[in-house]
Design a protein around this ligand. Sequence first.
Ligand code: BDR
Ligand code: CA
Length: 310
Amino acid sequence: MRRTVVLDCDPGQDDAVAILLALASPGELEVRAIMAVAGNVPLVRTVDNALRLVELAGACVPVHAGCARPLLRELVTAEHVHGETGIDGADLPHPAREPEREHAALAIVRHLSDPTAERPTLVATGPLTNVALALTLAPDLARRLDAIVLMGGAVGLGNVTPAAEFNMYVDPHAARIVFESGARIVMFPLDVTHQVLVTEERLGRIRALGTRSARAVAGMLAFYRGRGRTGGAREGPLHDPCTVAWLVDPGLFCGRAARVEVECESPLGLGRTYVDLHGTTGRPPNAEVMLQADAERFFELLVERLARLP
Ligand code: BDR
Ligand code: CA
């Protein structure tokens, strides 16, 4: 089945790989648009990075700028992990294409309300600000879309504070809106993304492809590999591409349904996700929580798909 997909992201080297994996998989995914949000780096950078990546892939996909800050909190960024540009390590040329004039949240509403399209899937790999805003503008989107496939949260400990994962921490209020929206949610927490590690050998396989895109990805991941060991990860975890890989081949991951709540009150716990895997609260599940990855097959897929790009 070919899915219609909208990507919402904050590139970010791992977001960048998610974008490229999606653009390299036209048989399974039709990428309608890319929405940028502030997160790893400020919005001007995430928009520019998304445009550069579309150009690198030789694709023709519109890029929309979204929210420059979280709903309630001040923006927290992660240059210490991703570098000043967000995609340090890849020297991508200035993009020829301009961002669209329409705000990302409005564009999400438009794309997801399109009665002529298949039920679209929203892939979210950054703070959920744009997504929450879209669901607030048009709550019926939750029923219209096929799923929100998101990277964020953790069953165990966090990577930006002991309690919280970065995307949830940056905009916990947006995350709470999304988890309470009633949409089908497929969640990739740190527990699963920390199994998908950029080892030297895997990096070598990407580099050996020798194409312009593969060289850019290898450069980015060489940079990120050294800095991305947050939250106790052994090597740089390739968080965000797990979402897209699942859409291409769901057999790469397994998990189970659980209730997920987002901490928005406790200062120490801000952005923590409480994942009720054992049904302790008796509340009905609101997410499919991925817990295990076949990392070797994931990298086989990634290398095979990257080889298709220029
Ligand atoms: C998430 O935070 C960002 O640094 C990454 O791009 C990923 O989306 C991991 O916690
Ligand atoms: Ca991200």
